[in-house]
Design a protein around this ligand. Structure first.
Ligand code: AMP
Length: 306
């Protein structure tokens, strides 16, 4: 059978053993593999990563696993959107070769609290998202390590949308000499500039959407000023941009929006910077209160490279 013929049938593996078996068949044929790890509820952002993977290697593996280890107790693990049938259809249409969909018991047989974990360095995790999501990046690093060991890909693709996550993974792969190349894909946005996210499905009212769109709005306003005026001090410009964008919001959207952080980092080192100039990445996280669903609020993140 040729590669094209075997590609027509997408495989779905629920266990580590099934996944390894498919992988071994590919190794016997010297076929290369790219992994795209996801938590499902696939959207165009995920599909862009899958298309990039398709170009990279002979075989594409997508993992779909809502990883409890990266959610804090007060977060949305239970209500995180799950739509496996639609995800499998999307993967099939995108030419994915293998979807790995383990359940929690398959990934954490001894239970979440009794497993070996991978601890990324404090300087990288005790900032930005790590401050309000303690343990989050340990959960991410641990599950990604497990996926790398199970799938043994030559490449793995992550989205720039989760820039701190990509930095953590790159650091881990370097520090632990993991034999996988990490690639990133630019953030995919909707027609209003909002970064696509599975969590956008929580946004319902016009005011909630308006509040969510302020994240890219603030980032672009800062970038426009740096492009127009050259290098600028970080603090004042970020405060002014936030005030300007908020001043243009409806009172309702303003009420729903609370910004958790707006920070600037050197894109190569992920260290804080005092001046805004090319090579600096702006990162923002915010909460939008969700009125209709009665589920509290949605936490959204975004970032932009100057
Ligand atoms: P998630 O399912 O949210 O864990 O995301 C799986 C992968 O898709 C991660 O590497 C994300 O960074 C990436 N991703 C999610 N949303 C986007 C987007 N809008 N653009 C590009 N990549 C994305």
């Amino acid at each position: 059978m040729t590669l094209e013929m075997t590609r027509k049938t997408m495989r779905v593996a629920k266990t580590v053993g099934e996944c390894r078996q498919v992988r071994q068949g590919w190794r016997a044929n010297s076929e290369t593999v790219t992994l795209v790890p996801t938590m499902g509820a696939l959207h165009e952002g995920h599909l862009a990563l899958i298309r990039m993977a398709r170009k990279q290697a002979d075989r594409v593996v997508v993992s779909i696993f809502v990883n409890p280890a990266q959610f804090s107790p007060h977060e949305d693990y239970n209500r995180y959107p799950r739509m496996l049938d639609a995800d499998l259809d999307a993967c099939r249409a995108a030419g994915v070769d293998l979807v790995f969909v383990p359940d929690v018991a398959e990934m954490y047989p001894p239970g979440l609290n009794d497993i070996t974990t991978v601890l990324p360095p404090a300087w990288l995790t005790e900032q930005l998202c790590g401050l309000t999501r303690p343990g989050h990046f340990t959960g991410v690093a641990t599950i990604v390590t497990k996926l790398f060991n199970i799938v043994q890909p030559g490449w793995a693709i992550f989205g720039e949308k989760d820039a701190q996550q990509a930095a953590v993974i790159r650091q881990m792969v370097n520090d632990l000499n993991m034999p996988v190349d990490i690639l990133t894909h630019p953030t995919v946005r909707d027609e209003h500039g909002l970064a696509l996210s599975s969590r956008n499905s929580y946004l319902e009212t016009a005011a909630e959407l308006e509040a969510a769109r302020t994240l890219p709005g603030i980032l672009h306003r800062i970038r426009d000023r740096v492009l127009a005026e050259g290098t600028l001090g970080t603090c004042r410009v970020m405060t002014e941009a936030t005030q300007d964008v908020r001043a243009g919001l409806s009172p309702e959207a303003n009420r729903l929006l609370s910004i958790e952080y707006l920070e600037a980092r050197d894109d190569k080192t992920f260290r804080p910077v005092e001046e805004l100039q090319p090579g600096v990445r702006l990162l923002i996280a915010a909460h939008v209160k969700t009125e209709k669903t009665g589920q509290g609020s949605v936490r959204l993140i975004d970032n932009l490279l100057l």
